[in-house]
Design a binder for this molecule. Structure first.
Ligand code: HEM
Length: 495
């Protein structure tokens, strides 16, 4: 039975509807295949259609509350920290590894970390980051020029993830990982992170008890070795940065990397942050930002290759704003920042239809009441933002890729009466939150939008993006985030 969520009152596990649970397994068997195929969220989304915007499932005796009502989702996200938090298993896993930074921490610790990361990602820094962004993007373009001239297919996920990793590491550390040899510490840091991330994901998703607390398998020993080695190098780099700033205070006026900005930041007692805190937050930024940017670029490439009419409009915009024969480096930060409104709308629409986080899990830190329904301490909520981003009742022609819906909003704010997107309830921006909501809103949203905008301006100035015919079906693959699997594009040079 589909619920009328707003009229339900009482204890969540008693009053909320949901698919029938089997003894012992609960709904595990219905979800098992989808989970193996990285489409766990599809089953939950389908059930939202059957059981309503707020329903429950059970897995091995534990209840989960599935939310696709945007108002309930906003309330859950707003009541952090305090009543609600990210899953504690994340903080435990990060803590054990000495990596408990902004993304994973909670309570007082989170507040301190938030202050640090927000300072390091301030707009001053965004401006200083532009040369790095252009350098890394030019390198991508050199590679894609070769691929375009040989009609080579581009595997979107591989390319966009590599680009984003390159970009993020340059931004965070301020050195160029790609151009350095294996013997360099930068390369070693990269290799260690490549070992640490998968182990972190494994631990937070482990269906078994935390065995590694009691005995270590070879993989856990390797992880331990990597953590020790990476911290040693990282602390050396941080100490050298502190020394350099002491010797040359002028150098400290313009931090060129996030690590430098964090070294300069002061906490609420006007004290510098420790190497441990800086390291944990670097991990958090890479954890939260790297694949988020890579996957959003991937989905957007997929959309523009499917929509030549949208690509044509982007081309008109970039041809107007970026003159032929003028190097991209000639345009300053303000120019990039203020222009390219159509590309911004394309990115916004792409994140509406294919948000990279279609499933977000939260946990109650104490007993909470939401909309008349009572949830016990430790209750787990699984939020499904993709469902409400794509509802016809919130967005006119919700299943269509129409970037213009975001332009009309900004430009016609005063008079939207004749606009089909703005008839009552059909352009509900409150039901759209690709960067989250409330106090834990994405710390890197401005940076992400800026770098993606610059990238798409450059790509669309240089190339036409097409799909190889016959086109294979592009599928959603949800690991920690959602990526476009099976997505291949072809580039042809525009000049
Ligand atoms: C298109 C790219 C991105 C998307 C769609 C995205 C989305 C998100 C979302 C949905 C959250 C959770 C917010 C919440 O719980 O309410 C988040 C958190 C976060 N993001 Fe992003 N993000 C992106 C890029 C980045 C980048 C580039 C960085 C860093 C440079 C970053 C750093 C963070 C951090 C540190 C948090 C945790 C904030 C906190 O818990 O206080 N993100 N992001």
């Amino acid at each position: 039975m589909k619920n009328a969520t707003h009229t339900l009152k009482g204890k969540a596990s008693d009053v909320l509807p949901g698919p029938p649970k089997k003894p012992f397994f609960g709904n595990f068997l219905q979800l098992r295949t989808a989970r193996k195929e990285f489409r766990f969220h599809h089953v939950l989304e389908k059930w939202a259609g059957e059981y309503g915007d707020v329903y429950q499932i059970g897995i091995f005796g534990k209840d989960y509350f599935i939310i696709s009502d945007y108002e309930v989702a906003r309330e859950i996200l707003s009541r952090r920290p305090g009543d609600i938090r990210r899953r504690i298993v994340m903080e435990d896993a990060a803590d054990e590894m000495g990596l408990n930074g902004l993304f994973t921490s909670d309570g007082k610790r989170w507040k301190t970390q938030r202050h640090l990361t927000i300072k390091a990602l301030s707009s001053n820094y965004l401006e200083a980051f532009l040369p790095t962004l252009l350098r890394v993007t030019n390198r991508l373009v050199d590679k894609w020029d070769d691929m375009a001239s040989t009609d080579k297919l581009i595997d979107v996920v591989d390319e966009t993830k590599a680009y984003s990793a390159d970009l993020m590491s340059n931004m965070v550390f301020g050195f160029d990982m790609n151009t350095l040899g294996l013997e360099n510490k930068e390369e070693i840091i990269k290799n260690h992170f490549n070992r640490i991330f998968p182990q972190f994901y494994k631990r937070i998703n482990s269906p078994f008890f935390s065995y590694w607390k009691y005995f270590k398998m070879p993989v856990d020993h390797k992880l331990h070795t990597s953590l020790k080695a990476i911290k040693k190098i990282f602390y050396e780099v941080t100490d050298q940065t502190r020394e350099r700033f002491k010797e040359d205070p002028d150098d400290a006026l313009h931090p060129k990397s996030m690590v430098e900005a964090m070294v300069l930041a002061k906490d609420e007692h006007d004290q510098p942050y420790s190497n441990e805190e800086i390291f944990a937050n670097v991990f958090s930024v890479l954890l939260a930002g790297e694949d988020a940017v890579g996957n959003t670029i991937g989905w957007t490439l997929n959309f523009i290759s499917d929509h030549p009419e949208v690509q044509k409009k982007i081309q008109e915009e970039v041809d107007e704003k970026l003159a032929d024969g003028v190097a991209f480096e000639e345009y300053d930060f303000d120019y990039w920042n203020k222009n390219f409104k159509y590309i911004e709308a394309v990115l916004t629409e792409s994140m509406r239809i294919k948000p990279i986080a279609p499933l977000a899990s939260m946990q109650a830190s104490r007993d909470v009441e939401i909309n008349g329904v009572n949830y016990d301490k430790h209750a787990t909520f699984l939020l499904l933002p993709k469902v409400f981003f794509n509802k016809e009742k919130h967005f006119f022609q919700a299943d269509k890729f129409i970037p213009e819906r975001w332009l009309i909003d900004k430009e016609n704010k005063k008079d939207v009466s004749g606009c089909p997107f703005h008839q009552e309830g059909v352009h509900n921006e409150k039901a759209y939150m690709p960067f989250g909501h409330g106090p834990r809103y994405c710390a890197g949203s401005k940076l992400a939008m800026f770098e993606m905008k610059v990238l798409f301006a450059i790509i669309c100035k240089k190339y036409e993006v097409n799909k190889k015919k016959p086109v294979k079906e592009v599928k959603e693959k949800l690991t920690l985030l959602m990526e476009p699997s099976n997505c291949f594009i072809e580039l042809s040079s525009r000049n």
